[in-house]
Write a protein that binds this ligand. Sequence first.
Ligand code: CTP
Length: 429
Amino acid sequence: MSTPRRVVLGVSGGIAAYKAIEVCRGLVTAGVHVAPVLTHDSLHFVGKTTFDALASEPARVDLFDLSAGRDVSGGRDASGGSGGGESSTAIPHTRLGQTADLVVVAPATAKLLGKYAAGISDDLLTATLLATRAPVLVCPAMHTEMWEHPAVQANLQTLRARGVHVVPPESGPLAGGDVGTGRLADPAAIVAAALALLDQRAADPARVPDLVGVRVLVTAGGTREPIDAVRVVTNRSSGKQGHAIAEAAARRGAHVTLVTTAARPTIGEMSIVRVETAREMQDAVLPLAAGVDVIVMAAAVADFRPVTPPDRKVKKDEGLATIALEPTHDFLVDLGAAKRPDQVLVGFAAETDDLEANAAAKLERKRLDLIVANDVSEPDAGFEVDTNRVVILDADGGREALPVQSKAAVADAILDRVRDRLARIAGSG
Ligand code: CTP
């Protein structure tokens, strides 16, 4: 019989903690081995005994839980031995983290999210979260005012940028008779999300670094073209997809340079060049291009910019009835023209109409190897959102429509195709 998949179920201290019991039951019913980790605060809302009875092993609460008699590794330890004994119980957080296939935190309170985002480990659950390399799914639950607080949203943003998965809260009645967003998602939805992540992990076990030594240049974000000293014309690109590509390439061992307009944080080792305008992006990219193996132009470069913007603020009563625009230079065309035979050049096409025909025309005109086309009129694709639905076309007439998925997963899918093209080039050279 195969080893059951292992989930650490973290429960932090909110009224929704009672719903974690349903999550626990749902996972166990689906054949998952569940190791519950309760915070001290959660014990105000639920009992340890309930989880002891329903989960696959006794619930843990304390960082130094020497009383817990059972092996938290479930027979699998990092050294390949049978685990167990004193050392594993003395440091349960590392053992729990190392042996988990997934960590789920439901409910995740504002305090838990804050500590996790800040890297503070002052109890067993936060220590386990920092010690694990397994995927993590957090399911926030709190009062609407807390949910909407910029600090909570910023923490969540930080966690998302680090690859943490989130099942967002729902709208509905909250504790105390209030109604609003903040209610823990339905336990069945949390179980379904956890099972989907476990399936994904089983299908793609710890990806080997397959881009070691490859030099990758990525552009990201929408350029900002000045109207005057304070105003800009820009577009809705957030830079999320480009940053996800740079992060995925770095994780896969590439030597990455990211030229970006977006101030969002990045994970992994890379050099970052921050730019604002199309001209600045062009000036940063063109000199770097000759020295790299792969260029991914995910940036939404402005096609027009205001003509001779004044370097002072235009006053309201001076009037600004029209803004004269001039075309920017399409430097992806330059990159295509200067492309070495051993280079892979990837463009993007954000479209609202005739997606594939427009993308195919750009692929040919700009002499690209691959073009990633996305229909930005779809709610789950394109600008600002965390998911994307793309069609990848290649210079040999290949076409692949990918399902809607996270921008991180789209990034890996693009890099898989880049890796395959590099291998083909190397093989034919
Ligand atoms: N691009 C570029 N320089 C520009 C405009 C676009 O390098 N001045 C790049 C983008 O980074 C993207 C690709 O060209 O990889 C396609 O951009 P897009 O705006 O979709 O296409 P355009 O060729 O500008 O065509 P249109 O705006 O008419 O759709």
